[in-house]
Write a protein that binds this ligand. Sequence first.
Ligand code: HEM
Ligand SMILES: *[C@@H]1O[C@H](CO)[C@@H](O)[C@H](O)[C@H]1NC(C)=O
Ligand SMILES: *[C@@H]1O[C@H](CO)[C@@H](O)[C@H](O)[C@H]1NC(C)=O
Ligand SMILES: *[C@@H]1O[C@H](CO)[C@@H](O)[C@H](O)[C@H]1NC(C)=O
Ligand SMILES: *[C@@H]1O[C@H](CO)[C@@H](O)[C@H](O)[C@H]1NC(C)=O
Ligand SMILES: *[C@@H]1O[C@H](CO)[C@@H](O)[C@H](O)[C@H]1NC(C)=O
Ligand SMILES: *[C@@H]1O[C@H](CO)[C@@H](O)[C@H](O)[C@H]1NC(C)=O
Length: 330
Amino acid sequence: MAKLSISFSQSKMIMSTIVAYILILSVVPFSEAVLSAHYYDQTCPQAENIIYQTVRNASIYDPKVPARLLRMFFHDCFIRGCDASLLLDSTTGNKAEKDGPPNISVRSFYVIDDAKTKLEKACPHTVSCADVIAIAARDVVAMSQGPWWNVLKGRKDGRVSLANETINLPSPFSNTSTLIKSFAKRGLGVKDLVALSGGHTLGFSHCSSFSARLHNFSTENFSDPSINSEFAMNLKKKCPIHNKDHNAGEFLDSTSSTFDNDYYKRITMGKGVFGSDQALYGDQRTRSIVDSFAKDRNLFFSEFAISMVKLGNVGVIENGEIRVKCSIVN
Ligand code: HEM
Ligand SMILES: *[C@@H]1O[C@H](CO)[C@@H](O)[C@H](O)[C@H]1NC(C)=O
Ligand SMILES: *[C@@H]1O[C@H](CO)[C@@H](O)[C@H](O)[C@H]1NC(C)=O
Ligand SMILES: *[C@@H]1O[C@H](CO)[C@@H](O)[C@H](O)[C@H]1NC(C)=O
Ligand SMILES: *[C@@H]1O[C@H](CO)[C@@H](O)[C@H](O)[C@H]1NC(C)=O
Ligand SMILES: *[C@@H]1O[C@H](CO)[C@@H](O)[C@H](O)[C@H]1NC(C)=O
Ligand SMILES: *[C@@H]1O[C@H](CO)[C@@H](O)[C@H](O)[C@H]1NC(C)=O
């Protein structure tokens, strides 16, 4: 349906998207590939539709798919840049990222593989696996009632994937200084850290990612003082100290399949699940940004879209390949 009018927030969003686009183009060094919104317009115009249909179908069969694909994009881009290194299987003699320590809950690789199989039929050897992840991450956000943005494309797939490099992912126990440093190493700023952490509006966490905050913060049975006490009691029930259920955990926000700004509202109430989420409200550099996103959903949406485009630019490589099958190098 054609839109006849543009609201103030939409035009603000468009303006800020344009500004971000100019900024991104001006900071990408020449040695890296420059991405484009129109990369496949001539060579595979149906690419985004094929990916969208595959992701949508998979999400109907399994409602966990959207959160998993969003997280997959973050993990891929943070280790060796957005080069689909996360999708490579381990081989004899090489343990790949997939099998690195924080891979718990990075799943649903089959969705990317399915989309890629269809793309190879429609336009052989054209669309990189790294671009498939970037487009899928956008689609799952939009499908969950979040914002939509133009994905820049033209990434190449890497040939190296090392399990031991996943230790460079930020930890859910990190403080804000550590998080800011980790994002800065990838050219992402404080605003990007706060906006992208809003990805935790979707999905689920296992007890192991936060239970040290509940039971063992300083001395036994002492909770992290930044947790709301009622919320801490609920979490303790779900994750008792000698927890035998490895699938136990908590949803990351109370509307865990809807992309909204509830995550920020909960942080202002001391109800962030991870120490790293709650820490954003305990630090002067990030607190006011959390407040502004908690108050204004549209502001969060436009900033999230801008930061996702920036995340998608991290470490894109020029001398990679277009993998035929996402789990193995050509
Ligand atoms: C700021 C640093 C971040 C840390 C420390 C962090 C940490 C985590 C942890 C520990 C989990 C739960 C794993 C488990 O126990 O199952 C998780 C889940 C998740 N993360 Fe993050 N994360 C960060 C940033 C991001 C970003 C930037 C995004 C995307 C934009 C993201 C998206 C997700 C999603 C969607 C889930 C839920 C996955 C599922 O339900 O399967 N995270 N994160
Ligand atoms: C839809 O997803 C289901 C479950 O993953 C799969 O079995 C089926 O083949 C998919 N259909 C299409 C048309 O992709
Ligand atoms: C990583 O995930 C795979 C399943 O996808 C699992 O077999 C493996 O044990 C996991 N590795 C770690 C260190 O958790
Ligand atoms: C990871 O392992 C590879 C070889 O397996 C090694 O060359 C590299 O130095 C290791 N990197 C880190 C960060 O430990
Ligand atoms: C943040 O954590 C790092 C690493 O654990 C630590 O070295 C640093 O002192 C901490 N900073 C603050 C302000 O607590
Ligand atoms: C609590 O923390 C101490 C010291 O960091 C550690 O030795 C102990 O195993 C932890 N207990 C639990 C239940 O995690
Ligand atoms: C910690 O809590 C458990 C159960 O909630 C209780 O059995 C135990 O005695 C407590 N330990 C301390 C040191 O208070």
